[in-house]
Design a binder for this molecule. Structure first.
Ligand code: GLY
Length: 399
């Protein structure tokens, strides 16, 4: 079975290596048109259902998988609709973006995992940036309060997962922190801006600093999970959950680190965060296992490279982060690298034909191979970061 999967994968990668994306302005226009076409199909299905559905991926039969609002990915589809509005300025997207976003209102009270930053950030915060809806600020501040309940002051970190529930309870952790948590800090920084309450900002800074100290190896690759003793702050374990092994470099984790420290620099102007983002960049782009097209395998140390699935979601988040990084450091080719990633993702190798792929934009992402879940599939967060990167690219090129 595994053999058939691997050879099918090799054939699919081989057969697409010569198909290119259009260049220059037409690249942006072409990708906007494609997103509009896919999102039109996707939202037509949702609207016809009479419900508010939140698409995440497809199952083994190609059926669209919809998720409940407490899934960590619930903010991405609403966020993609905001980005589609922002890219097109077509008012038809506005009521849909509002409706899908506002269906997540109760997520602001969610306290049992850390992902409220992704969920409320990508939906409400994107909505607030795109259109002025002051009432969204209250949701963001409330969500930041919920996230802050997970702050463990003696360790100086936000606890990512509860250690007594689900599969996490099998691991013997006390206060697991995952690198993904860096993506939740933007919500805290924004909440301080809206509320004047500096405690959110201070928690974000503490989390970023402790993560920088304990979650990285000397080569600036990062561990996926660091387990802390919440009483003493000591590190108990450094492990993985979604990567190949405890000592490997899970691709999306490296993307979250790059993106997260770039974001921290935006809000603090503290150069150590910029330096950290550049250190992560160097790890990723000097890695011998990074393919020519710059779309990483799901783990930089996966055992069967080159016969391993790629992770387009990691590539999209890296591209988006690099566009921002290029606005702080313009002479190191970060934009050009991001452009190269986008050209790969926008090519037929990764971008699905309209009406296929469950109407998601990108193919070939990986949720979690160790959990045998979502392998070589579309994922709503790959699409979100691809569109965010497209918007950032457009803005940079219009300047
Ligand atoms: N935050 C979970 C993931 O990146 O898969």
């Amino acid at each position: 079975m595994k053999k058939i999967f691997l050879s099918a994968l090799a054939i699919s990668l081989l057969s697409v290596s010569c198909k290119k994306a259009p260049e220059g302005n037409s690249f942006i226009a072409d990708n906007i048109a494609n997103a509009v076409a896919q999102h039109t199909l996707q939202t037509d299905i949702i609207e016809k259902s009479g419900k508010i559905l939140n698409p995440k991926t497809i199952d083994k039969n190609g059926n669209i998988v919809y998720i409940p609002i407490d899934d960590w990915t619930s903010g991405f589809f609403p966020g993609s609709i905001w980005l589609t509005y922002e890219l097109t300025k077509d008012n038809k997207w506005l009521p849909l973006a509002e409706k899908y976003t506002e269906s997540l209102d109760s997520v602001k009270h969610l306290k049992w995992h850390h992902d409220v930053g992704f969920m409320i950030g990508c939906s409400y915060l994107t909505g607030l940036r795109v259109t002025n809806r002051p009432e969204y600020k209250d949701v963001i501040v409330e969500a930041a309060k919920s996230l802050s309940t997970r702050f463990r002051p003696n360790a100086g970190v936000i606890q990512s997962w509860d250690a007594d529930k689900g599969w996490q309870s099998q691991r013997g952790w006390k206060c697991p922190v995952i690198i993904d948590n860096m993506m939740n800090l933007e919500l805290l920084f924004e909440a301080t801006k809206f509320s004047g309450d500096s405690s959110f900002h201070n928690i974000a800074v503490s989390h970023a600093d402790v993560t920088m100290k304990h979650q990285f190896r000397p080569d600036f690759s990062c561990y996926h999970v660091v387990d802390f003793d919440p009483e003493t702050g000591e590190v108990r374990k450094r492990q993985t959950a979604q990567g190949y092994s405890d000592e490997s470099a899970w691709a999306r984790g490296q993307a979250w680190a790059l993106y997260g420290y770039t974001t921290c620099y935006r809000y603090t102007q503290d150069k150590k965060y910029l330096d950290q983002a550049e250190n992560v960049y160097r790890f990723i782009f000097n890695n011998k296992n990074l393919p020519e097209d710059l779309v990483p395998y799901w783990d930089f140390d996966a055992p069967n490279i080159p016969n391993e699935p790629r992770d387009a979601s990691a590539a999209a988040a890296i591209a988006s982060a690099l566009y921002e990084l290029s606005t702080y450091i313009s002479d190191k080719g970060y934009k050009e690298t991001a452009d190269k990633i986008m050209n790969s993702l926008g090519s037929e190798n990764y971008r699905a034909k309209v009406g296929t792929n469950g109407n998601f934009i990108l193919m070939h992402s990986v949720g979690s191979i160790p959990h045998n879940s979502e392998i070589d599939v579309p994922l709503n967060y790959a699409d979100y970061y691809f569109l965010e990167a497209l918007k950032r690219k457009k803005d940079l090129e219009q300047k």
